[in-house]
Design a binder for this molecule. Sequence first.
Ligand code: SF4
Length: 305
Amino acid sequence: MNLKPYRDLKNYLKERYGEVVHRVPLDAGFSCPNRTDGHSGCIYCDPTGSGFTVDSSLDLKEQLESRMGTLRRKGVRKFMAYFQANSNTFAPVERLEAIYRQVIVEDVVVLDISTRPDLVAEEVLDLLDEFKKEIDVILELGLQSINPNTLSILNRGHTLAQFIDAVSRAKRHGLEVVAHVIANLPWDSREDVAEAARTLSVLGVNGVKIHSLYVVERTKLAEMLEEGTVELTTAEEFVERVIIFLEHLDRDVVIHRLVADPPLKGTVTGNWGLSKLKLLNMIEKKMIIEGRYQGSKALKTQNGK
Ligand code: SF4
């Protein structure tokens, strides 16, 4: 029974696979089109590609086996191979196929691929369709904000329409989609956060990952902070916005993450010096005390759902 005021991933995976399933983050050596060919990247993107901490000098199989070995000793028996670092569809499909195939090994039950919404051409979706015959496939797409002005300030290099297009086409291919959002972007309002949840719900995304905005050294955002051209929100505002997001999100959507750890090295400021557990507790406690839960303010769509 799920006692949390939202649909959490751990319980969902246990229901679906009958036991705990652990994500194994991988770095396949991809880069990102938003940081190559003269593009300067998202203003918060750290040089390792979104806070990646795995030893990328190991090849894919070594990364997978080393982490699976550690987790097996703790009793975990099923795994998600998670292509996390940078943009994991940024290569010709033949190369993508060869890379993804390397991680389809015993006990890996999910192929989980994180990428940008402007990097999912039909041939990539066709490839994932093929993999779906052998293994469950999740496609993770970064949105971060529903507000086009914020997307522009973040230098995301894609539009809201491109995200909607990518999700719609992935859903037509029957893929599971997980969307990434940052709940406390200083340029977004609380209404933007609610609208993001409504939009993801009507698009039929299967899961979401939320995190706070943290500032990493040698990024444009770090410069802006130093110059005083950006003011970060408080922890309390982050907590409130996460709850607003959850209230407006369809209750079937699985919450893959509510709070992330900032990168271990080079973080200027992240999570207000609070642990992930502390922030999670703040969110859950406030929801329970105030009687707020996932989907309580979700849009009633015209198809009656
Ligand atoms: S899309 Fe991801 S990897 Fe690329 S610049 Fe933005 S945060 Fe960095």
